[in-house]
Design a protein around this ligand. Structure first.
Ligand code: ADP
Ligand code: MG
Length: 260
């Protein structure tokens, strides 16, 4: 068994509130009986149109929202995990979000941003953290002098490098990348994808790469899971999905690649 993550029958509903009293008037079924597995070292794409339940799936896997079904990390269901193990999970599984503008606190300098997790988990002393911060910047190909600067001093691509450095600080095994390059120019997207590709080999990382853009997945991923309306539409390795998609929906997502 070398599954790093197993998702079994995941269901997530969000309440809908309405009226002047903001009473619950209904529910949105964001994820509906979704099951999939991810092996250690794999890079898997989770693709689907906006609203198909991709982000909700990632948040559920990290134990961040109420859900039904089972999430199993390295053979252990998160439901049965003790506090200590939950803490270890929050260290080893990281998420990088889409918007490098809002995901970095503008009042913190880069040093504080990338070492925040180390402080929270009480890892290393001051000296160690400085050294670690320098190593992290090196990993994401930014220079040391960036440590004393603030997010507004960087471009979108550089900010996403900072967000990746922050995710790497706690030496994760698994990284969720939620539309991590979607807001960037094509050229910058390619640079960040290259970086992710290199880091995966260098650090033995496993990725779940979430995107609405199938062309990104082609470069970085081994396998793709296509989602539609909270359900799994189809799943397969890259060649299969790109050469012979089974469903109309996947074919449409593929066609969208050529639309500018
Ligand atoms: P995706 O990441 O694929 O765009 P999401 O997981 O964000 O999809 O959303 C799935 C569905 O759940 C959508 O219909 C969305 O409107 C709804 N949804 C997401 N977050 C919330 C929330 N916090 N409250 C209510 N509905 C939500
Ligand atoms: Mg999303």
């Amino acid at each position: 068994m070398n599954n790093l993550l197993e998702v079994k029958n995941l269901c997530v509903t969000y309440p809908i509130f309405g009226g002047v009293l903001k009473k619950k008037i209904g529910e949105v079924r964001a994820v509906d009986k979704l099951s999939f597995e991810i092996k250690k070292g794999e890079a898997v794409g989770l693709v689907g149109e906006s609203g198909s339940g991709k982000t909700t799936t990632a948040l559920s896997c990290l134990g961040l929202i109420p859900m039904q079904g089972e999430i199993i990390w390295e053979g252990i269901s998160i439901e049965t995990m003790q506090i200590k193990m939950r803490k270890e999970l929050s260290r080893r599984m990281q998420i990088v979000f889409q918007d490098p503008y809002s995901s970095l606190d503008p009042r913190m300098n880069v040093y504080d941003i990338v070492t925040e997790g180390l402080r929270a988990h009480r890892i290393g002393g001051r000296e160690d953290r400085r050294k670690k911060a320098e190593e992290l910047l090196d990993k994401v190909r930014l220079t040391k002098d960036s440590l004393d600067k603030y997010p507004h001093e960087f471009s979108g691509g550089q900010r996403q490098r900072i967000a990746i450095a922050r995710a790497l600080a706690l030496e994760p095994k698994f990284i969720f990348l939620d539309e991590a390059v979607s807001s960037l120019d094509l050229l910058i997207q390619a640079q960040i994808l290259n970086l992710l590709y290199e880091l995966r080999a260098e650090l033995n990382l496993t990725y779940l790469f979430i995107t609405h853009d199938l062309s990104i997945v082609e470069y970085l991923c081994d396998r793709v899971i296509v989602m539609k309306g909270g359900k799994k539409e189809e799943e397969g390795n890259i060649e299969k999905i790109f050469d012979s998609p089974e469903t109309e929906y996947t074919a449409k997502l593929l066609e969208a690649r050529y639309a500018i």
